[in-house]
Design a protein around this ligand. Structure first.
Ligand SMILES: Nc1nc2c(ncn2[C@@H]2O[C@H](COP(=O)(O)OP(=O)(O)OP(=O)(O)O)[C@@H](O)[C@H]2O)c(=O)[nH]1
Length: 379
C-alpha cells in the first residue's frame, strides 16, 4: 500500500506535468483564452498539492495554510468552469462572477471561525466539500444540459466532474451526518480518488481542444470558403449521410449555372462577381430544406441534391429558385443587378444508376436550358 508521502509526491509531480503541457498549449495558441483558464486551474491545484506535500502526514494544518489550500482548490474548480464557458465562447454574467467568488472564499472564511467560534475542523471541511460540489455540478450542467457542441471528449470531462460532485457531496454528508474524522486513511482515499479523476479532467480538456480543431479542419476542407456551401470534396462526405441505396426514397439532382456571369464580372469587377455568388448561395439556402445539400460545383455552377423528392417536385423547386433569382435584383455596392439562372434537373434512377451518371444527365439538361435561351429549367 502506498503511504501518504508517496501519494502526495506523485499527485504534485503529475500536476506539474499537466502544467507543463498546458503551458506549452497556451503559449502556442495564445488567443484561446480557455487554455489560460485551464492552465490557471492546474496551477492553483499544483500549488495546493505542493503545500500539502510539504507535510503530507500532518492532518491538522495551521489555520493560515488551511485557508490557502482550500482557496487554491476552490479556485482550481472555478477556473475549470470558467475555462469551459470560454471554450464554448460564452461570457460571464456579473451574478455568476459574484457567486463563484463567494464560493471560492467561503471555505477560507469558515477557517477563520474555528478559533473565534470554536467551530469543528470537520465542519469547515464539510463546507469546503459543499462549495466544491456546487462548482462541480456547474461544470456538468455547462456540458451536459447545455450541450452546446457535439464533442465526444466533453462527455469524459462531464463524467469526471460528475464523479467529483458525487465524491464531494458524499464526503460533506459523511462529515455532517456521521462522526467520521479526517484520518490518514480518508486522506489516502481522497488523494487516490483525485489522482484518477484529474487524469480524466486534464486529458479530457486536451482531447476537447483537439477534437474541435479536427472537426473545424474537416469542415474547412469540405466547405467552399466564398459561399459557405459544400465543395466537391464535401459532397462525398455529405452523400454518406444519404441512403442512396434505399430504393424506397427518391433523390433528385439540380445543376444550376448563373447566366452570362462573365458579363457580371466585367460590369462589377471580380469582387462584385464574388458578392453575387455569395448572395446567390444565401438565397439558395433559404429555399432549401434541412436535409437538402447544396454544393458549389464550379465557378458559377451549383449542384443541389434533394432527398425524398420526385422529379416533378424537383422541377417545381428549380422553377421556384429560378423565379426567385430573376424577380429580385442583386444589390451590389448600391447597384441593382439582374441575375438569372439556368437549371438542369434529373432524378437518380435507382438501384442501377450512380450519382455521377445522374449529374451527367442534369448537366445535359442544363446544356439544353442554356441552348434554349437561358433563364429556364430543363429536365
Ligand atoms: N467573380 C468570380 N468569377 C468567377 C469565379 N469563378 C469563375 N468565375 C467567372 O465566371 C465566368 C464564367 O464564364 P463562362 O463560363 O463563359 O459563362 P457565362 O459568362 O456565365 O455564360 P453562360 O454560362 O453561357 O451563361 C468566367 O468569367 C469566370 O472568370 C469566382 O469565384 N468569382
Amino acid at each position: 500500500m502506498l503511504d501518504l508521502a508517496t501519494l502526495s509526491f506523485s499527485s504534485t509531480v503529475s500536476r506539474a506535468a499537466y502544467f507543463a503541457v498546458f503551458l506549452i498549449l497556451a503559449l502556442r495558441q495564445r488567443e484561446k483564452s480557455y487554455l489560460w483558464h485551464w492552465l490557471g486551474a492546474i496551477m492553483a491545484s499544483l500549488l495546493g498539492a505542493m503545500m500539502l506535500a510539504k507535510e503530507p502526514t500532518n492532518l491538522t494544518l495551521p489555520m493560515l495554510e488551511s485557508m490557502q489550500i482550500f482557496t487554491l482548490y476552490m479556485a482550481s474548480l472555478v477556473l475549470s468552469w470558467s475555462g469551459l464557458r470560454r471554450f464554448y465562447g460564452l461570457h460571464f454574467h456579473i451574478y455568476a462572477i459574484v457567486a463563484v467568488v463567494i464560493l471560492t472564499v467561503t471555505p477560507a472564511l469558515a477557517c477563520l471561525l474555528v478559533p473565534w467560534f470554536g467551530i469543528a475542523k470537520t465542519t469547515v471541511a464539510s463546507i469546503y466539500f459543499l462549495c466544491a460540489t456546487v462548482v462541480s455540478v456547474m461544470v456538468v450542467v455547462e456540458i451536459l444540459i447545455a450541450r452546446r457542441e457535439d464533442l465526444w471528449s466533453q462527455i469524459v470531462v462531464a463524467v469526471a466532474f460528475g464523479i467529483y460532485a458525487l465524491g464531494f457531496a458524499l464526503s460533506a454528508g459523511m462529515l455532517i451526518l456521521t462522526d467520521l474524522q479526517i484520518s490518514t486513511e480518508t486522506a489516502r482515499v481522497t488523494i487516490i480518488f483525485d489522482q484518477i479523476n484529474s487524469v480524466l479532467v486534464y486529458v479530457g480538456y486536451v482531447a476537447m481542444s483537439g477534437e474541435r480543431a479536427n472537426l473545424q479542419l474537416r469542415h474547412q476542407a469540405d466547405t467552399d470558403a466564398l459561399t459557405g456551401l459544400f465543395n466537391r470534396r464535401g459532397i462525398q462526405h455529405a452523400l454518406t449521410r444519404l441512403d442512396l441505396k434505399n430504393p424506397g426514397s427518391t433523390v433528385c439532382v439540380l445543376l444550376g449555372d448563373l447566366d452570362h456571369f462573365k458579363r457580371i464580372n466585367d460590369t462589377l469587377g471580380h469582387e462584385g462577381g464574388d458578392a453575387v455568388l455569395k448572395i446567390f448561395a444565401k438565397r439558395l439556402k433559404n429555399l432549401m430544406r434541412r436535409d437538402d445539400i447544396a454544393v458549389r460545383w464550379g465557378g458559377e455552377e451549383f449542384l443541389v441534391v434533394l432527398t425524398h423528392t420526385t422529379i416533378d417536385e424537383a422541377g417545381a423547386f428549380a422553377e421556384r429558385l429560378r423565379k426567385h433569382i430573376e424577380s429580385e435584383p442583386f444589390v451590389i455596392s448600391a447597384q441593382a443587378i439582374n441575375v438569372t439562372i439556368s437549371i438542369g434537373v434529373a432524378e437518380i434512377e435507382r438501384p442501377q444508376e450512380t450519382f455521377d451518371k445522374a449529374i451527367g444527365r442534369a448537366d445535359d439538361a442544363l446544356y439544353q436550358a442554356k441552348h434554349d435561351g437561358r433563364n429556364r429549367v430543363c429536365r
